[in-house]
Write a protein that binds this ligand. Structure first.
Ligand code: ADP
Ligand code: MG
Length: 695
């Protein structure tokens, strides 16, 4: 089965739209994704009202106005620092248009002398005369109506201007298919929903701020499309998983007992309980699909290791997949000392391994010479064959998609799956993000963990923070210094971190201050991390790359700049990097003043609590759940139209709707079922459609 033709226009590259040059494709890919559909799901975040149409003499300063003027003359600048001015007027008075670095030929073409032009932009006064600097629109009189209305504005990325994006969206809206309705008539009527086509149009043509609200029928409908596609796909996968034969793995304890005995600690009650649940699943002939939820530092790794060894005892291979190379390497380092005495040499496979090293690793995996494989997403690439994979453990799952989970499961026959996440999320969100999985929770921390003292400090006391860090360093402490995200831009991010690194290196010594960020190549990153963990580096400046999993127990201080910009879940994850050793730890949250009430409340929660579940719940209350899963924007990772706070009811609805649908039409053959297939293709959940055939 292939994608329905009706979707073709939505699957074209954005640069195929008329008026969009090929050089924009890369920028759009970064902004929203490569396809026209991705652009259509990139919804406006604001609007500009250009309907204010005064005469020049009555134009109020500071307001966006649309004016009809006649061009009088061009005044070229005397030197390069002066702006180019175009003098205009209407019957009430004069207006200057101001251009810095204006190009003369272009301006002459846009604004020929003696011609009328419609202009839109912000009116300001300079030396008593009204002027508009770099007008947003300059068009012939005949196009006045086109620019003089309400204009949506979009989240942008460097290189794409508001005008270009608005124009591209308009081009996309000009040619959108009328798709078959996949929602039930009764629900659509009750909610006041229109067709997909109409809803997309409405979402992109807001008339007032109210139309930008996630609660509008158009936005709710689009969110529900996404939720339903996701839920149906997850359920199909789940059903497929249940139907395909699994295998019963029963360990004899020959390996796990020895590892447990070798651990320098005893397992917590929660770890024992979770292991019991996992082993019971694995002993059944059905396939395991279980989520292990446990806060940062709750000890998931050892549970994963014992799970894997149980399968190894039963004669099969086990794999664990981490979201980053750093984490994969850390897993290797933490489990290797426990495995080597058992005669097991775990193999590492990451995207970085090339040529001979990769071939050697692949051979070991394919021949089953190693029962334990640790890696990144490289594990499910083509060419990776297991001799006999029994269980796949997926760590820190929220970075992976369902699609990828399935690929790893396909590497063996009846593979059991254990997904581990440090994100404490409420049940509704669990169902939306993971589907109907069995859940084990590590709700008890290992004993002897020292609480992290958290302090909030306004940024005008920055000097004190540096001084305090200096004292800690003098006492031999290891310190993380986290730099914030700057407007979602990785480039700016890195620049901010680099600047901070330079300043701190100057003060504390270049040999003691390191820097890691997402742009560093794997080996460089590892080198810095290793130098921080064991070497001379005492202060590590970092972006949020250290958010997940990084383990340096000797680190006892964390400074987070602009803490108010982070999500609570993210702050909690970050803070979890300290407080891992014997010594007491401190977390300094620097914030920019003034703080709003909600921001104050949020930082207070961080100060008062170290309980990930409590923090997640409070966050959900305060922010409508936007960040519960640890993303910085509102929304669920992997979803673009859903806002967990506003659309919570739709999540439950999608769960019930899906259950009902798949009960009466499990192979999606009915008219609605067929439309749902189109929906699955639209959201690229077609892996699930394929299961309808094979399952
Ligand atoms: P996470 O759940 O964040 O992945 P880890 O598995 O990395 O947590 O465990 C964090 C730390 O706690 C590790 O240093 C680990 O050795 C230690 N640990 C795990 N289980 C226990 C336990 N039962 N008692 C004491 N320490 C433990
Ligand atoms: Mg972990």
């Amino acid at each position: 089965m292939r994608r329905p033709d009706i979707l073709n226009s939505l699957f074209r590259e954005i640069s195929s739209l008329s008026g969009v040059g090929p050089r924009f494709q890369k920028l759009y890919e970064k902004l929203c994704g490569p396809r026209v559909a991705d652009l259509l799901w990139h919804l406006p975040s604001g609007l500009i009202d250009r309907s204010y149409r005064p005469k020049v003499a009555s134009a109020e300063p500071g307001r966006i106005a649309t004016l009809l003027v006649t061009v009088l003359m061009h005044r070229k600048p005397a030197n390069r620092r002066m702006p180019y001015k175009v003098v205009c007027e209407d019957e009430t008075g004069g207006l200057d248009l101001v251009f810095f670095h204006g190009r003369e030929d272009w301006l002459n073409k846009q604004l020929p002398v003696d011609q009328k032009r419609a202009i839109s932009g912000k009116v300001e006064f300079f030396q008593g005369r009204p002027q508009i600097t770099h007008p947003d629109h300059i068009v012939p009189e005949s196009e006045l109506e086109e620019i003089g209305g309400v204009e949506p504005t979009y989240p942008l990325t460097t290189g794409l201007t508001p005008k270009v994006v608005a124009k591209t969206v308009a081009a996309a809206l000009g040619d959108i298919p009328d798709l078959p309705e996949w929602h039930e008539k009764r629900l659509a009527a009750q909610e006041g929903w229109h067709s997909w086509q109409q809803s997309i149009r409405a979402a992109h043509t807001p008339q007032s701020r109210m139309d930008l609200d996630p609660e509008t029928p158009a936005r709710r409908r689009l969110a529900y499309d996404e939720l339903l596609a996701n839920q149906v796909a997850l359920s199909l996968i789940r059903n497929h998983h249940r139907q395909t034969k699994g295998r019963a793995f029963i360990g004899d304890g020959s390996l796990t007992d020895r590892v447990e005995a070798a651990l320098p600690y005893g397992l917590t009650g929660a770890q024992r309980q979770a292991l019991g649940e996992i082993r019971a699943d694995m002993a059944q002939p059905g396939r395991m699909l279980r989520l292990l939820q446990g806060d940062v530092g709750s000890g998931k790794t050892v549970v994963a290791l014992l799970t894997m060894l149980t399968v190894v005892e039963a004669g099969c291979q086990a794999a664990i997949m981490a979201p980053t190379e750093i984490l994969a390497r850390q897993h290797l380092e933490s489990v290797a000392p426990l495995l080597l005495p058992l005669g097991i040499k775990p193999v590492l496979l990451t995207g970085r391994d090339k040529g001979k090293a990769r071939q050697a690793a692949l051979l070991e995996i394919a021949e089953g010479r190693t029962p334990i494989v640790i890696g990144t997403h490289a594990l499910f690439q083509e060419g990776v064959e297991f001799r006999d994979l029994g269980v796949a453990v997926i760590d820190e799952q929220h970075r992976f998609g369902v699609h990828q989970r399935m690929m790893l499961a396909d590497k063996g026959k009846g593979v059991d799956i254990l997904v581990m996440t440090a994100t404490p999320i409420p049940r509704t969100l669990t169902l939306t993000a993971y589907g109907d999985m069995d859940v084990s929770r590590l709700d008890e921390k290992p004993p002897g963990r020292k609480p992290v003292k958290t302090v909030t400090i306004p940024d005008n006391r920055y000097e004190e923070v540096e001084d305090a860090v200096g004292r800690q360093l003098a006492n031999g402490a290891k310190v993380y210094w986290v730099c914030p995200l700057v407007e979602e831009s990785d480039v700016l991010d890195v620049t901010a971190a680099e600047e901070r690194h330079r300043a701190l290196a100057q003060r504390f010594g270049a040999d003691r201050v390191g820097l890691v960020h997402g742009k560093l190549k794997g080996p460089e990153k590892d080198k810095v991390m290793a130098a921080f963990a064991e070497g001379d580096l005492a202060l590590l400046v970092a972006t949020t790359v250290i958010e997940v999993g990084v383990n340096v127990p000797s680190a006892t201080v964390m400074v987070i700049e602009h803490a108010e910009r982070f999500g609570l879940a993210q702050l909690h994850q970050l803070r979890g990097r300290v407080g891992r050793g014997e010594k007491p730890s401190t977390c300094l949250l620097l914030y920019k003043q003034p703080l709003g009430d909600v921001a104050k409340e949020r930082l207070k929660i961080m100060r008062d609590s170290e309980d990930g579940f409590l923090i997640a719940e409070k966050d959900l209350e305060l922010r409508g759940g936007g960040e519960v899963l640890g993303t910085r924007q509102s929304g669920l990772p992997g979803f673009r139209l859903v806002e967990p706070g506003a659309h919570r009811d739709l999540m439950e609805l999608a769960q019930n709707d899906t259950r009902h649908l798949l009960t009466i039409d499990p192979s999606l053959d009915s008219e609605r079922g067929q439309a749902i297939r189109t929906l699955l293709y639209l959201f690229e959940r077609d892996q699930a459609v394929r299961l309808l055939r094979s399952g």
